[in-house]
Ligand binder design. Sequence first.
Ligand code: TYD
Ligand code: MG
Length: 478
Amino acid sequence: MPRTTVHVCSQCGGQSAQWHGQCPTCEAWNTLVEERVARPQANGKPGRSARRASGANAAERVAPRPLSEVGNAPVQRMSTGIGELDRVLGGGLVPGSLVLLGGSPGIGKSTLTNMVLGHLQATGHRTLYVSGEESAEQVRLRAERLVSNPAQQALSVPVLAETDLENILDTLAGEAPHACVIDSVQTLRSAELSGAPGSVGQVREVAARIMELAKARGVAVILVGHVTKDGALAGPRVLEHLVDCVLQFEGERERPYRELRALKNRFGSTNEAGLFEMRQAGLVEVLDASARFVAEATRAPGSVVLAAMEGSRPLLVEVQALVAPSELEQPRRVVSGLDRNRLALVLAILARHGRVGTGSADVFVNVVGGVRVDEPGCDLAVALAVASASRGVALRGAPRACFGELGLTGELRWVGHPERRLAEAAKHGLSGVLAPAESGASACQVATLREALTLALPARGEGSSERISAGGAVASLA
Ligand code: TYD
Ligand code: MG
């Protein structure tokens, strides 16, 4: 029997019949991935390159066309019935598209995809839920929990509990659903490769074969994938270039809030994010997130409201900081919901340009609610929260929000969409928003970090609540 698979080095492309820990060609370690050998065409016709070699049939050549002659058939998107998801997808599921939904175990991927199929089924689409992880009974148990939800139809979704890729492809071809969920891509296995389910070769093969079928039949497929501890889409990372859309479901398992982001989207923007809450009866969209976060904000020392942007949507979130004397030689820097390097930068700028030293203190910064704010506009809020925590005084005056990026020379820099941020703050009763210059007349515009600190915090000695904290760091600098 001819060989059906080879092991290909993912660095140099060298091939080998067997698996080796080290590539025999380029000597890189752990780079060999098993792949299927392309089979000759089943209809017995010679391939295109063979025809070309024989010089036959120049008329059959595929000719390029000007873009203006390419038809622009409007994409008929299917609404998933979940507004936040539709927005992140760019307006709904596109037939024939492949969406990779990543997230850590227990975050709610199966719940979300169950709800989507339930809605699609109810709106007259054929659907199929392929579960490689759970038995059909387990899937039913989950669907029952969703019954009090708008996705009541979750129970009418056909389910296939199967891990064999070839069987799944047969069913998929036979049923030809409009939308299909594969939960998860790491549990499927093609019998044509020898690797274990979840190995790079298998994951790639599974996705490629499903894609072939999905594109040919116009099936919208959501591939569910698990994420490793360091946050990468394990195995599925190799699928990122293959699929049309990569969605990441994030949040802390212990907290109810979940955030859905697009990391890649061929049919929409990657700036959008959707916010959900995990409840007893499934995921619920959070539409009034700003109102909740503002109401929950403690306004204690170390608490600052940030007017952030989640893609094209403004969101008010509370940034909290704690600065405490450290016992360690290398004090701790702990962040959640922010980039760690941003915190390091802000602390350095605070020390240099704001006279707030934290060198001998542990610094903890947290974006409340498990939300992630990955944008430069958060700098000022982090700086004010740390300064406020370090001095042990709350922000003064009426509740206010802030935003702005900090430059290395201590200046406050303009960030995108100031008008939307200001409008959101005004809507929730926060006035005098501290913002960079040229942000808008309604803002309290400041040019430097020093100026912002002066405006936001009570003068040293003002009021009685101030205490010297952080191991005397403030006292020695003042
Ligand atoms: P699940 O969708 O199974 O997560 P994933 O597929 O990403 O691994 O859901 C995970 C958690 O959500 C599970 O611990 C139970 C909880 N949950 C609810 O709180 N309410 C619900 O209605 C459902 C279905 C699940
Ligand atoms: Mg699951």
